[in-house]
Design a protein around this ligand. Structure first.
Ligand code: OSB
Ligand code: MG
Length: 370
């Protein structure tokens, strides 16, 4: 395989409902879509870094820079036979997982398409549908939250995730649990607390939560291990895990009992699969997190979620939870809290290329490299 040219498109879609976390508030999503071509075959990838550095250090802008100036030039026109070999072209690039993942996703789409395989098959997936949950942002209007939860439950979603932040935690969880005693419920702090807040976090043990996601710093596992030793509720790490080595260390020191895998955060599908495998060896379940992906990244999330150890519902919801109109057809939709894993070649979706070209706020083509 060989990639002859690459195009990058910056696309913004308004969110159906604005989304607030302990670290940011958004009413639209801006991601990079990456088109790679080999002869008559096209592959697509999505770079799902946020516009701001409040979830992780990368942003849309850093991804554009790293792709254009480093990742694309180091692989363009070179031959490769496997994804292992492809990612090897970028082994000197430190960090920048979202940028690497976007290009690797396009390469995986291209390679699996050329083999007539679905991406899920290519990755060794076994599930034909994935269990779907929803992630709800911080709702300042507390009265609106029950109706919102009711709506997603009635649509069949398997579990509800609430964002928490200091001053918006135990009371909110207690109210939701009081109103919905039986539902599968979990919370995500996006690293808003420190060990000094242990008593607040320990109070969350009373609500039968499936897990508490990333309560402490984005770059910590040591304090998480201390906190986990004091809490019954499993800690799930998101921001702190960037590789299979990170996952192994976090599990070995007892920093978490569950891991959230995001393809972008960990630098691509290959590393996501390695994390899945390490967790499986240690008896640690995983689930697929989300970054409000468009249909391209969402299709990749479905493919990785088809691996056997993705045994608890993830944050990959139907496209209609996020956008009025997506960039792929047909839009990826949940039914009764499940989403079918695409079976067509590659990502198994049809990318609306004309729409992407029309929407692009900015684009770049490798054919401009001289
Ligand atoms: O921490 O899981 C997170 C969205 C953006 C950045 C970080 C997170 C999230 C979500 C939304 O929780 C997940 C989704 O529905 O795509
Ligand atoms: Mg999270």
């Amino acid at each position: 395989m060989r990639i002859d040219d690459v195009e990058i498109f910056e696309v913004r879609l308004p969110l159906v409902r604005s989304f607030e976390t302990s670290s940011s508030k958004k009413s639209s999503i801006t991601h990079l879509l990456i088109r790679v071509r080999h002869e008559g075959l096209v592959g697509w990838g999505e770079c799902a870094a946020p516009v701001d550095p409040f979830y992780c250090p990368e942003t849309t802008e850093t991804c554009f820079h790293i792709l254009r100036d480093f990742l694309v030039p180091s692989m363009l026109g070179r031959d490769w036979d496997s994804i292992e070999e492809f990612v090897g072209f970028h082994r000197l690039v430190k960090g920048n997982g979202f940028a690497r993942a976007g290009l690797e996703m396009a390469a995986c789409d291209l390679l699996s398409r050329s083999r007539g395989q679905s991406l899920a098959e290519f990755l060794g997936g076994t599930r034909t549908e994935i269990l779907s949950g929803v992630s709800l942002g911080i709702e300042r209007d507390h009265a609106a939250l029950p109706a919102l939860i009711e709506r997603y439950l009635s649509e069949g979603y398997r579990r509800i995730k609430l964002k928490i932040a200091p001053g918006h935690d135990v009371d909110v969880v207690a109210a939701v649990r009081g109103r919905f005693p039986e539902i599968a419920l979990q919370v995500d702090a996006n690293s808003a607390y420190t060990l000094e807040d242990s008593s607040t976090l320990e109070a969350l043990d009373d609500f039968g939560l499936i897990l508490i996601e990333q309560p402490l710093a984005h770059d910590d596992i040591i304090d998480h291990a201390q906190l986990q030793a004091r809490m019954k509720t499993p800690i799930c790490l998101d921001e702190s895990i960037h590789s299979a080595a990170d996952a192994r260390k976090a599990i070995e020191i007892g920093a978490c009992r569950i891991i959230n895998i995001k393809v972008g955060r960990v630098g691509g599908l290959l590393e996501a699969k390695r994390i899945h495998d390490v967790c499986r060896e240690h008896g640690v379940p995983v689930w697929c997190g989300g970054m409000h992906e468009f249909g391209v990244g969402r299709a990749a999330n479905l493919a990785i979620s088809s691996l056997p150890n993705f045994s608890i519902p993830g944050d990959v919801s139907g496209s209609d939870k996020y956008f009025h109109e997506d960039v792929v057809v047909p839009p990826i939709m949940a039914e009764n809290g499940s989403i079918p894993v695409p079976t067509g070649p590659g990502l198994g979706i049809t990318v609306m290329e004309d729409r992407i070209r029309t929407l692009a706020l900015r684009s770049w083509s490798s054919s401009t490299i001289t």
